[in-house]
Design a binder for this molecule. Structure first.
Ligand SMILES: [Fe+2]
Length: 299
């Protein structure tokens, strides 16, 4: 059913602040349907929408649906008592709109995701692999360091079981892995280990969105760029446990997070979900204390 994450949308108190932050992060900004949108350089699809409002709050999430599946999805939604709604104010009009069990507006689009910006092969000399012969890596490592696609977003929820049932049984995502009692990661079939997920919390909210960059170097260049712009240092560099991706997070201006990732696990149909008791990082500094703070106002 759901084939991929299309974009996420936040209400924010100051669109100019949002625009500067997303540009420093490495996204291109523009205007669409009267909203501020941001997208990855070289990708013909918005990945973030920002709507002006008194406080930062999750506005909606948007997914692509496998071609031709929207009608049968509509039947399933009716059986699950998740009726179609009008698009919320400030949202795009297309697609099918519903509310998930937390009340978050969800857009379902009958279209294929735009291809991510093409990237070159990254040749490595690690382990027994010897691919990069006669090439000085430091002279090319900065050639392509910008985000190429939105990979995943994680939401806070007070009811991870109900949310997981809805997004799997009704919308067709699958559980990839869980960190016991804390995080649920969901996938849309073969590809990235997770495109969506939930962090247990007292109330709904937006935790972070994560963008793929072409290499671990690109993550570190991004972190340097943010520091150079006077942004807080954030959390990273590290390698995650669940999903195994290299990461660096920056706090956004409203108490949530934005991440660059590279080298995330790719799963296939044979993947078996596990339940783990592990910290989120395999190596690197532990997360800052505020990492799991849900500062979003209660609805
Ligand atoms: Fe992430």
């Amino acid at each position: 059913m759901i084939s991929g994450l299309h974009h996420y949308a936040l209400e924010v108190p100051d669109l100019a602040v949002a625009e500067g932050f997303l540009q420093d992060f490495g996204l291109e900004t523009g205007e669409k349907d009267g909203s501020l949108v941001a997208q990855c350089p070289g990708r013909e699809q918005e990945q973030v929408r920002l709507v002006q409002a008194p406080a930062k709050r999750l506005h909606h999430v948007s997914f692509t649906v496998a071609p031709g599946m929207l009608d049968s999805l509509q039947d399933r939604l009716e059986r699950a008592a998740a009726p179609v709604i009008e698009p919320p104010a400030g949202a795009p009009q297309d697609g099918l709109w519903i509310r998930d069990p937390d009340g978050t507006a969800v857009q379902l689009l009958d279209e294929a995701p735009s291809p991510a910006r093409p990237v070159a092969e990254v040749l490595a000399n690690v382990g027994a692999t010897r691919q990069r012969i006669g090439v000085a890596q430091w002279r090319q490592a900065a050639d392509d360091v910008m985000p190429r696609r939105l990979g995943h977003t994680l939401l806070f929820t007070p009811q991870p079981e109900q949310m997981t049932s809805f997004y799997t049984d009704v919308l067709g995502l699958r559980v990839s892995d869980r960190i016991h009692g804390l995080v649920t990661f969901l996938n849309a079939g073969p590809g990235d280990h997770h495109i969506f997920g939930f962090i247990a919390s007292s109330h709904p909210g937006f935790h972070h969105a994560s963008f793929e960059v072409p290499s671990i170097d690109a993550i570190a260049f991004g972190a340097d760029r943010m520091r150079g712009q006077g942004r807080d240092a954030g959390w990273g560099l590290g390698r995650h446990t669940i999903g195994s991706n290299f990461f660096h997070y920056n706090p956004d201006p409203w108490g949530s997070w934005i991440e660059w990732f590279s080298d995330i696990d790719q799963i296939d149909d044979a993947w078996v979900a596990g339940e783990w008791e592990v910290p989120p990082h395999l190596w690197g500094a532990p997360p800052p204390e505020a990492f799991l703070s849900n500062l979003e106002p209660r609805r």
